[in-house]
Design a protein around this ligand. Structure first.
Ligand code: ATP
Length: 237
């Protein structure tokens, strides 16, 4: 077991966002969390990253309790979040954005090699390496956000709505990149409103409703589950 989230309860002041949420991810898996707006998907990722603290419950990563671990330490342990809305630094160049992603990597020769790997995987970013992040297209910004995450050498990558706001062709490209990253050994926790795409690349999935898991299954089975089809796949399948 790589990640185990057990019975977490998370609040924003008086608002109870997560209500006894439990799920797990095994090494090498792509796991999808799907659910409507406000179901608690982003809050789940932020809690795993250490940006929110559960009032109740525990999170274990590779056998270690990380429930109270500070966010920077969680990154060093190998959990890296690519936040929703891309959140790249618009006034910094592509290169500088990547440099920030590598802040936990002490071996600077390693980082030099990482730029090469990233630019091989994302040739558009290489072409635009001296351009300001804010001048990139939406798809390029999403790629930069993922690339910035990879610079930290994640063992587990948390992706929050990577398809948001992108044209269908770009969504396909981003999902191919996610699969490729996974096939090279990085486990993936994927939060998506685009349940169809997410489940089509995931091994397993969980449906979240009002801060808790209501359905869990293999991704292919969720794609055939009538409740999932009606609520999250547009009902047309
Ligand atoms: P979305 O796709 O809209 O991001 P989500 O499934 O990721 O939805 P969360 O963003 O985790 O859901 O929100 C879960 C609950 O917590 C919602 O009821 C939301 O209104 C509430 N919430 C989220 N962020 C805050 C905040 N900063 N302050 C107060 N309440 C919040």
């Amino acid at each position: 077991m790589m990640l185990q989230v057990e019975n977490i309860h998370v609040y924003y002041g008086a608002i109870n966002a997560l209500r006894g949420l439990s799920f797990h991810l095994e090494e090498g898996e792509i796991v999808a969390l799907i659910g409507a707006n406000g179901a608690g998907k982003s809050s789940t990722l932020k809690t795993i990253s250490g940006l929110l603290r559960p009032r109740v419950g525990e999170i274990h990563f590779q056998g270690e309790n990380i429930t109270e671990t500070p966010p920077a330490e969680i990154v060093r342990k190998g959990i890296v979040q690519v936040p929703e809305g891309r959140r790249i630094f618009p006034k910094m160049t592509v290169w500088e954005n990547l440099e920030i992603g590598a802040y936990t990597v002490e071996d600077k020769e390693q980082t030099a090699r990482d730029y090469e790997d990233i630019f091989t995987r994302f040739p558009r970013l290489k072409e635009r390496r001296n351009q300001l992040g804010g001048t990139l297209s939406g798809g390029e910004q999403q790629m930069l956000a993922i690339a910035r995450g990879l610079m930290a050498h994640p063992r587990l990558l948390l992706l929050d709505e990577p398809s948001m706001g992108l044209a269908p062709l770009l969504v396909e490209q981003i999902f191919e990149i996610i699969q490729d990253i996974n096939s090279q050994g990085t486990s993936i926790l994927l939060v998506e409103q685009n349940a169809q795409m997410a489940l089509s690349i995931a091994d397993r999935g969980y449906v979240l409703e009002t801060g808790a898991v209501t359905i869990e299954d293999e991704a292919l089975k969720l794609l055939e589950n009538p409740k999932v089809i009606n609520a999250y796949l547009g009902g047309e399948h």
